[in-house]
Design a protein. Sequence first.
Length: 209
Amino acid sequence: MVRSTIDARVQEIVNEALEHGLAQYEKRHPKERGRIQGSVVVLWNADAAILAEAGGRLVYRDRGARYSDYNRVTASLRQPGSAMKPLVYLAAFESGLDLDTTVPDEPIEVPLGNGGGSKWIANYDNLFKGPMPMRQALAESRNTVAVWLTREIGVSNVIRTARQMGIRTPLQPYISTALGASEVRLLELADVYRAIASACWRSRTSSVA
């Protein structure tokens, strides 16, 4: 007998969500119609059991999609972007900082490596708000603060925390890893957020008890 953790109802929702999301993207970018792909995975909080997974669009306009056997959940490497920042903050907490620690949201310069010069980091709104508590910087996803924290505590500590939380793909030992420049697999990234959610749930329930 073969047992599966897949939930048929959740799987149906995932399939529909992926197709809807890709269709909406194609409306905004007509030239990409039929060429884009995506992936989705849903994990059970308690033990990381896979409830649903879609490794990509299998059929498009009644025709099989190219690389339909390629599972983007487990095989594809993509830059996580700002989804990497909570790991920077977790590493900062382990280094003794907390949500009330004041951090600088100001221009910061980082080396590009291999003699490639340097780059000034900006925020999505092109603004700098000055000193602020870490909780605000995290909530507003300030790029400059994530880079500053990584420089202060060391990128090696960020990478170690990432591995402790479930990232198995090798991360590059560069400051830009704090902003999600190192590629990871979707399953690993989803497991990180599952672990965070599970820890928060346990914390709340123990407090209530």
